[in-house]
Design a protein around this ligand. Structure first.
Ligand SMILES: Nc1ncnc2c1ncn2[C@@H]1O[C@H](COP(=O)(O)OP(=O)(O)OP(=O)(O)O)[C@@H](O)[C@H]1O
Ligand SMILES: [Mg+2]
Length: 280
């Protein structure tokens, strides 16, 4: 099996409750979602709707109450290197050099020093940080730290990369650069990505498909398949199709406004829309 066939995600009728006793509540309700191997899916939704909870279920950090979560047909029972996580803030060891941070996962697997350094160097090259192998995390910018974080996760060849607002703490310019870099890296390694964001532009620029969630309890209210060709250029965000989809997503996230119908979309815009569950 080639690596491109790994990373199929199957979420079936997932219900997830959080809290204790009387405080217990439905965080996720009836989530069903299939992600193809190598697909790039972004999840958009209002704050508190359950995006991180969904990621937590897939990561194996949160037990599901009902339904199932599988990766490549195997039920998720707990955390595993198969599912790499990247959060808003890096989890690098401050006392280790960049090279040792990236190589750490391989060290835990008992891989020889020579091999793990060779692979860590490759990963650092992939994220454009070959010259910073000997630096310590504190001496890098926020964007560079997140690039090391991505390398640290990718060295384990995860079937799925789970990213929870990974660029949320970065300034606007760095964020755009990181989005481009992530697409370049993904084009090379083609792992499945589930990427959570508040930022509609970010989701539209990155994703093959956007999942939009309702306010708590989180349900999927719409899926948008994006047909913008790849490789995507930063000028995509100025195209009329992009703007129209952005207005549509804005309206979905702010249902007090009217949903913008997708009637005049160019063929490069969205396709295979599921029902729009708001008044048009
Ligand atoms: N461990 C927990 N126990 C109880 N409630 C929780 C727990 N974790 C999260 N919640 C609540 O569950 C709901 C969903 O939280 P979650 O963190 O998944 O939202 P989110 O969509 O990721 O929000 P944000 O966009 O602000 O990160 C929120 O109302 C939150 O307060
Ligand atoms: Mg969150």
């Amino acid at each position: 099996m080639s690596t491109e066939q790994y990373g199929k995600v199957d979420i079936r009728q997932l219900q997830l409750q959080l809290g204790e006793g009387k405080q217990r509540f439905d965080a996720l309700q009836d989530i069903s979602l299939t992600i193809a191997p190598g697909e790039f899916v972004c999840v958009l939704g209002p704050s508190g709707c359950g995006k991180s909870t969904l990621l937590g279920a897939l990561a194996g950090h949160l037990p599901v109450s009902e339904g199932s979560v599988q990766v490549d047909g195997i039920p998720v029972k707990g955390p595993h290197l198969d599912r790499g996580l990247v959060f808003q803030h890096h989890t690098l060891f401050p006392w280790k050099r960049v090279l040792d941070n990236v190589a750490f996962g391989l060290k835990m697997q008992g891989i020889s020093r020579r091999e793990r350094y060779a692979r860590a160097h490759e990963m650092l090259q992939l994220v454009g940080l070959a010259d910073f192998a000997q630096s310590y995390p504190a001496h890098l910018s926020g964007g560079m730290q997140q690039r090391v974080e991505i390398a640290r996760v990718l060295i384990n060849h995860p079937r799925v990369m789970l990213m929870d607002e990974p660029f949320g703490a970065l300034d606007a310019q760095t964020r755009l650069k990181m989005q481009e870099l992530l697409l370049e890296v993904w084009a090379r390694i083609h792992t499945t990505i589930m990427f959570i964001t508040h930022d509609i532009d970010e989701a539209l620029f990155l994703a093959d498909r956007i999942i939009v969630m309702s306010p708590r309890p989180g349900r999927i209210i719409e899926e948008l398949r994006l047909e913008f060709p790849r490789p995507r250029s930063p000028t995509l965000v100025t195209s009329p199709a992009f703007t129209e989809l952005k207005r549509h997503c804005l309206a979905l996230l702010h249902p007090e406004t009217r949903v913008v119908p997708l009637s005049r979309l160019s063929p490069l815009g969205a396709a295979n829309l599921t029902e729009i569950q708001f008044a048009i």
